[in-house]
Ligand binder design. Structure first.
Ligand SMILES: NC(=O)C1=CN([C@@H]2O[C@H](COP(=O)(O)OP(=O)(O)OC[C@H]3O[C@@H](n4cnc5c(N)ncnc54)[C@H](O)[C@@H]3O)[C@@H](O)[C@H]2O)C=CC1
Ligand SMILES: C[C@@H](CO)CCC[C@@H](C)[C@H]1CC[C@H]2[C@@H]3[C@H](O)CC4=CC(=O)CC[C@]4(C)[C@H]3CC[C@]12C
Length: 372
């Protein structure tokens, strides 16, 4: 990257920049990257907030909205020409069976391959990829991953299309580190693995909240409180992406081809107890100190849902929250404890747990259709 302490010279491209995480990355870049000259936001669906940002909130930075599809190699290459850094966060996040395995593979794996090829073709040297904890686990055997780090041995066995696709895509990104890009310089890549992200704009939290409202302000415990699930605030995930992008040139030898779990100080709790940190102050209660239904019955219901999904597919898309995969993930302890990102590039969470919590609660309270 050019040395540009004063004059903004850098061109960034964020794929999936209109998604839940992508929007936070875009806003964080505008706030925290003083060397930014142009920010290209590439997404299949462009959001309306982008228009407001372009006219009001971007200061001297030129924000360019690009409607495009990562599965179309020519669209990716055209969007990327002349950019210095690409943050590839676009992905099909689907664990409910909304999309076919083929589509998930196409977007997550072929899309990533296209981004790498476009880096090589256009001479873009720095690639930050949003991977996922799902690349590691939980595995299909339900083995716990307790306070693990990037070097913790774990039997990563996947069957579900989403983690399979993220694992393949991450591998492509890491293997691409060092490839010569147009101009002869080496590509520097790195992958971030967030645990379950939460915060403003989180669709699953929105669904849980509305379900709670429909049940008269109640949700029913389905997962034992003893199962711990790793969570991370979206603002901190965005901050880690920005920091990696900023440090990748200076620390290429150390960071190139590396993976980092994305973490912060959010407490280790079960998926449901954690959600209650936000939903409780918004009038939702979690009923039961133990799961109301035994595990075998939930597993049966999950299997029934999967069968119904398959039977109904020709007629209607049936995509309930509970399926064998989501039940297994929610019931398996998976938490990370690591300081690799701090050691390698000085990452410290930008938002404390208290602030992350307060921001998320505020978002739930001001959500359309909220109880207040
Ligand atoms: N939500 C979570 O808890 C976690 C998410 N991740 C990863 O973070 C990334 C972002 O996820 P979210 O923001 O949660 O999802 P999201 O669905 O809100 O955002 C994904 C964005 O990618 C865009 N996109 C999808 N297909 C595209 C295509 N073919 N071409 C261009 N753009 C396309 C979508 O329009 C959307 O704006 C994904 O790569 C996901 O795998 C990783 C760990 C946890
Ligand atoms: C059994 C249900 C009763 O309330 C609870 C179902 C909760 C599930 C919908 C979620 C539990 C764990 C979540 C996943 C986890 O946070 C890891 C993820 C990482 C990603 O990269 C994408 C999202 C997700 C798979 C996330 C999806 C929702 C859960 C399965």
């Amino acid at each position: 990257m050019a040395d540009s302490a004063q004059v903004p010279t850098l061109v960034y491209l964020v794929t999936g920049g209109c998604g839940f995480l992508g929007e936070h990355i875009v806003r964080m870049l505008l706030e925290r990257e003083p060397r930014l000259r142009e920010l290209r936001v590439f997404d299949l669906h462009l959001s309306s907030w982008l228009e407001e940002l372009k006219t009001e909130g971007a200061g001297p930075v030129q924000v360019t909205a690009i409607q495009g599809d990562v599965t179309q190699a020519h669209e990716v290459a055209a969007a990327m020409a002349g950019s210095h850094v690409v943050i590839h966060t676009a992905g099909l996040v689907d664990v409910f069976g909304k999309a076919s395995p083929k589509t998930i593979h196409k977007v997550n794996v072929q899309g990533t391959r296209n981004v790498i090829d476009a880096c090589v073709q256009t001479g873009t040297r720095f690639l930050v990829y949003t991977s996922s904890m799902e690349v590691v686990g939980p595995n299909t055997k339900g083995h716990p991953f307790y306070r693990g780090n990037e070097d913790t041995p774990y039997e990563a066995v996947h069957r579900h299309p989403y983690p399979c696709s993220k694992a393949l895509a991450e591998q492509l990104v890491l293997e691409a580190n060092g490839r010569k890009v147009n101009g002869g310089l080496p590509l520097v890549t790195c992958a971030l693995r967030p645990t379950g992200i939460y915060g403003e704009g989180h669709q699953v939290m929105r669904d849980f909240y509305h379900q709670g409202l429909r049940f008269g302000g109640r949700l029913f415990r389905a997962v034992p409180a003893s199962v711990e699930h790793g969570r991370v605030y979206v603002g901190n995930v965005a901050w880690m992406h920005v920091l990696v992008a900023q440090e990748l040139e200076q620390r290429a030898a150390l960071m190139g081809g590396q993976v980092y779990f994305c973490y912060d100080k959010s407490p280790y709790k079960s998926y449901e107890d954690f959600n209650m940190e936000f939903l409780n102050p918004c009038g939702i209660r979690l009923i039961g100190t133990h799961p109301l239904l035994p595990y075998w019955l939930l597993a049966l219901l999950a299997a029934l849902n999967a069968l119904l999904q398959w039977l109904l597919r020709p007629l209607v898309l049936y995509t309930p929250l509970l399926n064998p995969y989501t039940l297994a993930v929610a019931n398996t302890t998976f938490t990370v404890s690591t300081n690799k990102a701090q050691r390698h590039f000085g990452y410290k969470p930008l938002f404390s747990w208290e602030e992350s919590r307060a921001r998320t609660i505020h978002w739930v309270q001001t959500m359309e259709g909220s109880a207040r």
